[in-house]
Design a protein around this ligand. Structure first.
Ligand code: MTE
Ligand code: MO
Length: 305
């Protein structure tokens, strides 16, 4: 940690993977989405991973809850941020660093935050963080630090690269400091109906009653509704939500039936959550292309009967 940080833990501990597995065990199904998901839809396109809408997935994570571990290590009243360090060391935009993220203490103490060592009932695969990673349900991917080597509790706000420089929404070049990227904004994605053209991926369906299905999620509050549109967002129809069986932090199914008439159509889908957040038809561009949750658009040609 940076010199001058007073320690936020009175009794630091060292744990290996075997020690972690002997601590209380908990499993949580969590949808993890990269903050850059949707970036490639922005114009001009920010220079970074060119995600369309594929940088998201759901898994069941098993590990030990972080909060009791911090308390047993003697969490101090002066604690402010918890800093997680990964084993990966590199250079990002000219700055040599370990991958490190700070998380405000109140968020780190949330009940479902885990140090996870299993994914879908198997040991974490190397690419997903073996031997252990942080899982912060509801937060964008950057918070879920992989290949954990240490956890520090500090008494000032963390000012490392991934919090202060990266993962900021800046609507103008050079704007400081920008808004921090935190929780996942609501999003719904459709399984494109029908079948594709091999080269363009344009979709075709036969006329009639076409089932529309997909998944919706938000890191702010439970999904309260999903709407679908077949005319590019001019008119909307309410979809049916599936059971919430898989828990608060996992995406939820939705379905609707579309009365498809011959011709060209643009399918759209948008989710809203219990905090009143609703997906925008058009997002506001930002320098790094974070948090683009504008509605998905799927052009479809309905064939003649
Ligand atoms: N140590 C470390 N952890 C990390 C990262 C990283 O570069 N290093 N990338 C983060 C980002 S930006 C995302 S989106 C998620 C991706 O998690 P996944 O590989 O399990 O899908 O890991 C996060 N954890
Ligand atoms: Mo990411």
């Amino acid at each position: 940690m940076a010199p001058g940080d007073r320690r936020g833990l009175a009794r630091p501990v060292t744990l290996d993977l075997a020690d972690l597995t002997r601590l209380p065990r908990r499993s949580v199904r969590v949808t993890l989405e990269c903050a850059g998901n949707g970036r490639a839809r922005l114009d001009p396109r920010p220079e970074s991973q060119p995600w369309l809408v594929e940088a998201v997935g759901t898994a069941e994570w098993t590990g030990t809850p972080l909060a009791p571990l911090l308390h047993s290590a003697g969490l101090s009243d002066a604690a402010r941020d918890v800093v997680f360090t990964g084993a990966d060391h590199g250079v990002e935009r000219g700055v040599e660093q370990d991958y490190q993220r700070g998380l405000p203490l109140v968020d780190a103490l949330a009940e479902d935050v885990l140090i996870a060592y299993e994914m879908n009932s198997a040991p974490l695969p190397p690419q997903h963080g073996y031997p252990a990673r942080l899982v912060v349900p509801g937060w964008y991917g950057m918070a879920h630090v992989k290949w954990l080597t240490r956890i520090d509790v500090i008494t000032e706000p963390f000012t490392g690269y991934q919090n202060r420089v990266n993962y900021r929404v800046r609507v103008r070049q050079g704007e400081e400091p920008g808004e921090p990227v935190t929780r996942i904004e609501p999003r719904a994605l459709l399984q494109p109906p029908g079948f594709p053209d091999f080269m363009t991926r344009h979709r075709f369906v036969h006329p009639g009653r076409v089932p529309l299905r997909g998944r919706a999620w938000s890191g702010w509050g439970p999904i309260t509704g999903v709407e679908v549109s077949a005319d590019g967002g001019d008119t909307w129809q309410e979809a049916q939500l599936g059971p919430e069986a898989s828990g608060r932090w996992a995406w939820r199914r939705f379905s609707a039936v579309w009365d498809a008439r011959p011709g060209d159509h643009e399918l759209c889908v948008r989710a809203r959550d219990a905090t009143g957040r609703l997906q925008p038809l058009r997002t506001r561009w930002n320098v790094s292309g974070f948090v683009n949750n504008e509605v998905q658009r799927v052009p479809v040609t309905v064939l003649d009967a």
